[in-house]
Design a protein around this ligand. Structure first.
Ligand code: G1P
Length: 301
């Protein structure tokens, strides 16, 4: 059995242009889904898999992330005095994580962001969590990937089938089935045009990588979009060791995209014990209203 995964890297230096103007001066990773910022979902997903050490790659305008996972004396005192024990526990829980921050001076790409974490990593496997990909907290994607890593000792990428129209937004693999939901990857390409895509299996934001990726990233040249791409480095890794993909069948939301963000908000609000009943009735109510408006429009035509 291979050594297990104890650390995770969360790249958070991107400019978040898909969410402008909201992300002009605030980090995209701090956009809330119900009551937690995107990045907290990623950290909690890793904690549930027994990962205890984190490296967050930050950049300009990202200080709010560090503040979020730190003590706030005034707020803590206020909550103590007003007897809001539950909220105090919620915010105290956030300072317990072991997080190192590295600033990526220039947004040179996902591959470069991962390389920035090298000084904090030993010769060990690690997880990469892209926090704008929200995985339903009831799903066990990362846990399954770690288990596959422990069995095979090779890098594992999370995959999902995506519609042809979306393929150019993802890294896409060419591979052959090699176990339940597992693919042995033969090739991969970053953001191909739909007609050039080797399959409809896209890489989603969870990776388990072996440390050899760092040597490759150190030599990497800019690829698609003139950025240092993680996908290109994994393609290079394939020349010396096997890489597997794990097809995720559960729920995942691309919360880096406005529509995906709204879908994630609705799905997680419906699962929130304090909100679900009222929110469900509200959704039913507006669905009926929309249906009635539709019928009205049809009959008026
Ligand atoms: C990154 C990766 C891409 C992957 C995607 C998953 O792209 O480069 O290979 O499919 O994340 O969300 P980005 O979304 O940062 O452009």
């Amino acid at each position: 059995m291979s050594e297990t995964v104890k650390k995770a890297i969360l790249p958070a230096a991107g400019l978040g242009t898909r969410f402008l103007p909201a992300t002009k001066a605030s980090p995209k990773e701090m956009l809330p889904i119900v009551d937690k910022p995107l990045i907290q979902y990623g950290i909690e997903e890793a904690i549930a898999c027994d990962i205890k050490e984190f490296v967050i790659i930050t950049g300009k305008h990202k200080r709010a992330i560090e503040d979020h996972f730190d003590h706030t004396f005034e707020l803590e005192e206020k909550l103590k005095k007003s007897g809001k024990k539950h909220l105090l526990e919620v915010i105290n829980g956030l300072n317990q994580y072991n997080i190192a921050y590295i600033r990526q001076g220039y947004a040179l790409g996902l591959g470069h962001a991962i390389l920035c974490a090298k000084p904090f990593m030993k010769d060990e496997p690690f997880a990469v969590i892209l926090s704008d990909d929200i995985v339903d907290p009831e799903d066990t994607l990362l846990e399954d990937m770690i288990r596959i890593y422990e069995e095979r000792g090779s890098s594992i990428l999370a995959l999902q089938k995506v519609p042809c129209a979306d393929i150019q937004r993802y890294g896409v693999i060419k591979g052959s089935p090699d176990g339940k939901g597992i693919f042995k990857i033969d090739d991969l390409v970053e953001k191909p045009r739909a007609e050039d895509a080797p399959s409809d299996l896209a890489i989603i934001g969870r990776y388990i990588l072996t440390p050899q990726i760092f040597d490759i990233l150190e030599r990497a040249k800019p690829g698609k979009g003139d950025e240092i791409q993680l996908t290109d480095a994994i393609q290079e890794l394939l020349k010396t060791q096997p890489v597997y993909g794990y097809q995720f069948e559960g729920k995942r939301y691309d919360a880096g995209d406005k529509l995906g963000y709204l879908k994630a908000t609705v799905a997680l609000a419906l699962k929130n014990p304090q909100l679900s009943d009222e929110f469900r009735s509200y959704i039913e109510h507006i669905s009926k209203q929309m249906e009635a408006n539709e019928i009205h429009r049809e009959t008026a035509r």
